[in-house]
Design a protein around this ligand. Structure first.
Ligand SMILES: Cc1cc2nc3c(=O)[nH]c(=O)nc-3n(C[C@H](O)[C@H](O)[C@H](O)COP(=O)(O)OP(=O)(O)OC[C@H]3O[C@@H](n4cnc5c(N)ncnc54)[C@H](O)[C@@H]3O)c2cc1C
Length: 433
């Protein structure tokens, strides 16, 4: 089975019995959105909350088929990886404005879960972890920066033995507890939002309806196998699953693969030992390992290769090995499931929003670079502002340049490996190694 088709913890534990018809016949809408992951559904919801409910969402498979139904469910602060990479585009003031949005993602997520009563196992408690003194220094800086945003949640730097207050592992020197972050069952969050979209706002969603062809113009026509949608505006939200259907978008991202796994359910004592806060964690290396406790007492562990990009033959064994480096006392624990998937990644490791060249009514969002669960909430709020006529922050984010990644179709793995190697080296200067 191809890695894109692997079943996940999320599909096995989905709580919403929700499905949508496939499109048959010709319909019209104000906005048509292609892609039913976080980007498509958040944008549709944002539009609906502003009174624009005449939207159609077309999903090629089922809602959450992409990264949205495969990720680690980490709820973290911020957008993008190292903001310095976009300084030339947005300037110092722009950087500050973007940094000021850092807490918005978890905030929107909490508000939506409460507003629509979404059953998504949201839990507060995030630990950023440092292996060495250089990384510990970075966490001390992050503590100051995160606190400067005035978060109402506890943010606390932990050193030496204090680290044991939040995690049961000997491998870390320091940690930064951020109670504004945490973790979420991504697929149930997505489906809860889709339910609200459909039942409260009457937004039309179609599954198993891939867009096959788009004709641009003052009105846009999207053709599927058995129907067409004619709309005033379009939003592309297909991330790593673009498959060349829109070449302009395809050119500026490259897919990097990540792998997740869950253990069998663990005893309460073992969970307490691993994670006294039942939280989510990641180290802060250029390529992170990330993990969390699930609602049903499993350890979910996520990874990617550090330098050489490849898809391991045995995903369970791959993640188990990395998990045991952090928690050696889990050696007798069984891995129940492992899966993976592509993450659309950009040159500057910052997500891309805007409109296609010379097509002011064709919007897009893509390229979260493996950091999309929370940032998608912020980015899609701002994208919806663009669709609704524009805003200063839409202008700011859409002004960030998009570099093409040439050769990606033939040399994907080699280019990703090269990118990772460069990222590892620059990680020294960013205090991440
Ligand atoms: C294994 C893995 C682990 C990850 N871990 C984390 C994490 O822990 N934290 C984090 O923040 N981020 C993580 N991410 C990234 C995060 O999941 C993504 O950034 C985010 O879900 C992207 O959402 P999206 O809606 O833009 O794209 P997707 O969720 O990929 O949705 C795109 C959708 O478009 C559909 N589509 C494609 N082509 C068409 C077409 N022609 N017509 C109609 N529909 C189409 C696809 O079927 C898909 O459902 C991870 C990603 C992966 C793959």
């Amino acid at each position: 089975m191809h890695i894109d088709e692997t079943p996940t913890f999320y599909t096995a534990t989905r709580k919403y019995d929700l499905s949508f018809p496939s499109l048959e016949g010709d319909i019209e809408a104000d906005v048509v959105i292609i892609g039913g992951g976080f980007s498509g559904i958040h944008t549709a919801l944002e539009l609906a909350e502003h009174g624009n409910t005449d939207t159609v969402v077309l999903e090629g498979r089922y809602l959450g088929f992409g990264g949205t139904g495969r990720n680690g469910g980490q709820v973290m602060a911020g957008i993008g990886h190292d903001l310095d990479a976009i300084k030339a585009d947005v300037g110092e003031d722009g950087l500050q404005a973007i940094f000021a949005l850092s807490d918005l993602g978890p905030q929107i997520m909490r508000e939506r879960i409460a507003k629509y009563n979404i059953d998504a196992d949201f839990r507060s408690g995030y630990g950023y972890l440092a292996y060495n003194a250089r990384q510990a220094k970075t966490l001390r800086n992050w503590e100051k920066e995160f606190r400067s945003l005035g978060s109402p949640y506890e943010i606390r730097y932990l050193d030496g033995a204090e680290v044991g207050e939040i995690i049961g592992s000997e491998v870390y020197q320091a940690g930064l507890l951020h109670m504004g972050g945490g973790h979420v069952h991504s697929l149930n969050l997505l489906l809860g939002e889709a339910k609200a979209l459909s039942e409260i706002y009457g937004v039309r969603i179609f599954e198993y309806s891939p867009a096959l062809e788009v004709t641009y113009g003052s009105s846009i026509v999207v053709r599927t196998a058995k129907g067409r949608v004619k709309a005033r505006k379009l939003v592309w939200a297909v991330d790593g699953f673009n498959n060349r259907i829109e070449p302009e978008l395809h050119r500026s991202t490259i897919n990097v693969y990540a792998y997740n796994s869950v253990t069998e359910p663990l005893s309460d004592e073992l969970i307490e030992r691993i994670s006294p806060i039942r939280g989510a964690y990641s180290d802060i290396r250029p390529v992170i390992n990330y993990y969390r406790i699930t609602n049903d007492n499993r350890l979910m562990f996520g990874s990617s290769t550090q330098v050489i990009e490849r898809i391991p033959d045995d995903l369970k064994a791959w993640n188990r090995h990395l998990m045991l480096e952090v928690f050696p006392y889990l050696r007798d624990v069984k891995i129940d499931l492992a899966w993976g998937g592509p993450m659309a990644t950009t040159r500057n490791l910052f997500p891309q929003i805007g409109t296609l060249a010379d097509r002011p009514n064709a919007f897009f969002v893509q390229g979260y670079c493996g950091f999309g669960v929370t940032p998608s909430q912020i980015i899609c709020k701002i994208l919806a502002e663009g669709v609704l006529g524009g805003s200063d922050r839409y202008k700011l984010l859409s002004s960030i340049s998009r570099a093409d990644i040439s050769g990606k179709d033939r040399y994907r793995a080699q280019l990703v490996s090269l990118g990772k190697a460069m990222h590892q080296i620059s990680g020294y200067w960013h205090g991440r190694r």
